[in-house]
Design a protein around this ligand. Sequence first.
Ligand SMILES: [Zn+2]
Length: 260
Amino acid sequence: MFKQIQQFLSTVGLLSLPRPIDTPLWRDTLAQYLFLSELPIPEQQQLRQLASEFLGDKEFAGANGLLVTDAIAVSIAAQACLPVLHLGLDYYADFKGIVIHPGAMLARREAVDAAGVHHRYSQALAGEAMQGGPITLSWQDASPSSEKTAHGSNVVIHEFVHKIDMSDGSANGCPPLATRAAYTQWHQLMHTAYERFRGQLAISQRFGQPAPWLDAYGATSPAEFFAVTSEAYFVNRVQFVAEFADLALLFDAFYKPVKA
Ligand SMILES: [Zn+2]
């Protein structure tokens, strides 16, 4: 997979991007994402600075004929930098490449079922993050949509939170934390919320009831639960607090640490 993407990078070439981000482009970008335009002004300024550094550090490539415009690159940068606004870009230090496809990517998968039968199939992906490798995104899924925000979904934040999760070497749904007590608290609260969500989802599916608000993909593993709950935390805080009050406090402490 990584090899294939390196080929993309070499065939499409790399773009040089503006630094610092010019004001009209920045304003247009914020205006398209409600959760960015609602940030307090000092945080917007901080985000603009961080996004400029991000653009200077990362290498964008379009795949399958997509031209990565400045507007696309700034849009990705602004969303990607939101989770690390108070943490810094070190969490994204293990990769340079961001590959953007026009639409969903078809990934070839293999699995062995309970009967021992080997299956090969294709899966449509909106994005993918690999340990030590690039982030891949579908622009169709990453482009602005108020409907996705209302549902607490955001593929850019999702993939970049996987990078935060992986920054300690394992994608296990727990980012690097400062103390043993912080790990204990993280595991307890996340495990409880994860199991509760999986239970709600199972009941809704079994009895044909409305699905819980959070994206069902969060029920597939602790790593996906961390990514999916973080999307929701950043793009629709009001609903997230209503559904996951404990996690909102946990994420506040992680994403906005109080500086000593
Ligand atoms: Zn994921």
